[in-house]
Design a protein around this ligand. Sequence first.
Ligand code: NAI
Length: 480
Amino acid sequence: MVKICCIGAGYVGGPTMAVIALNCPSIEVVVVDISVTRISAWNSDQLPIYEPGLNEVVKQCKGRNLFFSTDIEKHVSEADIIFVSVNTPTKTRGLGAGKAADLTYWESAARMIADVSKSNKIVVEKSTVPVKTAEAIERILTHNSKGIKYQILSNPEFLAEGTAIQDLFKPDRVLIGGRETPDGLKAIQALKDVYAHWVPEDRIITTNLWSAELSKLAANAFLAQRISSVNAMSALCEATGADVSQVSHAVGKDSRIGPKFLNASVGFGGSCFQKDILNLVYICECNGLAEVANYWKQVIKVNDYQKNRFVNRVVSSMFNTVSGKKIGIMGFAFKKDTGDTRETPAIDVCKGLLGDKARLSIYDPQVTADQIQRDLTMSKFDWDHPIHLQPMSPTGVKQVSIAWDAYEASKDAHALCILTEWDEFKTLDYRRIFDNMQKPAFVFDGRNVVNVEMLRDIGFIVYSIGKPLDPWLKDMPAVA
Ligand code: NAI
């Protein structure tokens, strides 16, 4: 029986291995992690991450050929194929701080593999890593090899949170990079055989190692660039009276461009886009490609601009002050159908409003109160470390309360800010919400989910990103 071990039981390791186990009953899959709480949660009925369809998949194979364990060394030593899916945060200190990937967790995983292995291994990079990481890992492994042969493969993951299970079952492509040597090609084939259990062969692409590593960074940079492009347009739409949804629709009809990923919003978030672009920028700079680095940097700058612009709209519309005013925050996760808050734009928007002394009542159907307080007190980039290594702030933010539902969050509020596109926000009883709010009552829709006309008829003053401005907002100072 082929044995797979995956180091890192997070958003990638957990769902990816569950789908492999389900589709390959003849393979034993063990997911290991240094976090005892995470592994206990995987072994309970309350999985550590929320992802539609995940529960059902895990239920079918847990205990059959899918296992979760903290006994890392035992399972690594027994495995034929080892996936490494640990955090690769942005460095906060030292050389490349604020840009380069911090490979501390990767390196410690590689050293541990070298220490405990007694048989040949295929080591698969699942985490997103800088180009040429495989070479560094190879050096660590071969310098400690005791005659054991290692083949390193790059197999970046393209799943999107919120649709991870669907993406894993029907991937647009599976990418496998490896050495173009006889042993390298054999290792590529072994991994191909795993995916071939359910992925059509023409969707499994093989490349050299560096192309696979770079393709993942490039894909995320292109995706984020589309969002920043449409968000840049949204600012121009507001200034001119065009409607960004109409512009996106017209642009997306061009088959060379396509309709996906063209929704204007308060900005992109998630654990990957910013981190991977910063990483790309750093690699460009290290290779003397300043122009290329600056080009990609701009994608992040526009994203930051979009979040600032949103906060400025809120404050300037409300007589230039939100001090002491209650603002209902609808949604905190970085997108719908996930409880993940890593780099969510809600953090920057909430911090911006708190900076102007607002009182916030935050509601999200999947994010815990603890997580929200943690996010609002943590410094930038600290979030992307294993949870037990994250600095904990002793107290939460006083001006923040957590609400059980949207109605509680909006009660007596001066304004609502919609920051995640949860479906339930489309069908709220906005008449009831309006009746329970202070007047004038504002809605700032950062995800374009509400029916603007309907809300204006009820009496709200509505701001919706990239849409023709409410007459109220037109008379307010321009935002920058
Ligand atoms: P995560 O933070 O959810 O999971 C990483 C896990 O690795 C944590 O549970 C941590 O405790 C564990 N870990 C760290 N060092 C370890 C060690 N030495 N031994 C054992 N366990 C260790 O991170 P996530 O989101 O799963 O991301 C993992 C990688 O996949 C990152 O490189 C990320 O960029 C990449 N990725 C993430 C995607 C996403 O949507 N979240 C999509 C595609 C790639």
